[in-house]
Design a protein around this ligand. Structure first.
Ligand SMILES: [Zn+2]
Length: 353
């Protein structure tokens, strides 16, 4: 990919190390992972949409002026997902792009409300994602798990619907492990979603809301205290509250850090001002993620390179970051041990060669 928003400027061999490093991705959105290749394929299936089909025009289309503009473009891509076949195609192709980056395990954030509201049959939707998940595991070697998230901007109706889809035993897909909350934070207070998170947690799902991306540390406290957050999506503003950093570090509550996304949405002004260093200095478990990679002109490998630059990491440091994601994931202990061992074996053989 050229013309990156954030140029990591790390040595070529570090890029090669990252490209081969086995990884886990914990914060990446389903529709937001639709690359220009996938979007052009979907746009061609639905010629009445406003989305360009030419990948170069798409690159321009994906240049954002602010967070509100990003949401607008995002929703126009949501509009391309109209049938169960679209859902299956998107999901499998996203897995292919993760597999290409040596992502062995990914928790993909899906907003089922966006699809069921548009008239996609809920049973067919679940079958489409599960079919893609099973095919990705067998054919690509990438294990997918789902996080169903509430689109906060769509109000409590969307919260009720998402909770129902996530907790109804007849619908709930096998790959579902967690429950989230996305969309804009300004004007969408977290505590109103407490009853929905309570139900999801009671149904055995992990709590992973976005918080502190575009609002202050009080939103992260709300996510912890009201929504039972076990990991925080972004948590960027936590750096402004030393007590919060200490709490996150002591409780081993990971942050899902997505550096390029924070620059693209203007949540952080410049990369040098990114608080990732403060997080690691405070002992917070930091994971590196890509959020909506093609929309931000990035991918997970590039985010690791950005992290290497910001945290001045060598190969061992990068392997440590990859292992943080394994620890912070909702994989079972055997799966965690296997992927951590694979990361160690890869790193040792790279350093010995
Ligand atoms: Zn996100």
């Amino acid at each position: 990919m050229t013309d990156r928003l954030v140029e990591p400027r790390v040595p070529r061999d570090l890029h090669a190390f990252i490209a081969g490093l086995p990884k886990a991705e914990l914060h990446v959105h389903h529709v937001g992972s639709a690359s220009p290749r996938i979007v052009s394929e979907l746009a061609a299936r639905h010629p009445d949409s406003k989305v360009p089909t030419d990948p170069e025009a798409l690159a321009d289309y994906f240049t954002f002026t602010d967070f509100a503009h990003f949401i607008e473009v995002y929703l126009s891509v949501v509009d391309l997902i109209r049938t169960p076949e679209d859902v299956r195609l998107l999901t499998y192709e996203v897995a292919r792009e993760l597999a290409r980056q040596q992502v062995r395990y990914a928790e993909l954030t899906i907003t089922p409300f966006s699809s069921t509201r548009r008239g996609i049959d809920e049973r067919a939707f679940m079958d489409a994602i599960e079919d893609a998940r099973k095919a990705a595991e067998t054919e690509l070697g990438t294990v997918l798990r789902w996080c169903f998230d509430i689109p906060g901007e769509a109000g409590l109706e969307s919260a009720e619907e998402t909770t129902r889809l996530a907790t109804d035993d007849r619908l709930r897909p096998e790959g579902l492990v967690s429950f989230g909350l996305g969309g804009p934070e300004i004007g969408v207070p977290r505590p109103q979603f407490k009853p929905y998170f309570d139900r999801a947690i009671a149904a055995g799902l992990h709590s992973v809301p976005h918080a502190g991306e575009t609002t202050g540390p009080e939103t992260v406290w709300d996510a912890l205290n009201e929504l039972g957050a076990e990991r925080i999506g972004h948590g960027t503003s936590s750096a402004r509250d030393p007590k919060l950093l200490q709490h996150l570090a002591e409780r081993r509550i990971p942050l899902e850090v997505c550096p390029t996304s924070n620059i693209a949405t203007r949540a952080v002004a410049t990369l040098d001002e990114h608080p990732i260093k403060e997080f690691t200095r405070a002992g917070v478990l930091v994971t590196i993620n890509s959020d909506d990679p093609p929309m931000f002109g990035t991918d997970l490998n590039n985010e690791y390179a950005v992290a290497a630059r910001l945290l001045e990491l060598d190969e061992r440091g990068l392997a440590g970051l990859a292992k943080n994601a394994v620890e912070a994931s909702f994989m079972d202990p055997a799966g965690k041990a296997r992927l951590a061992a694979e990361i160690d074996a890869y790193t040792s053989s790279w350093l010995a060669s």
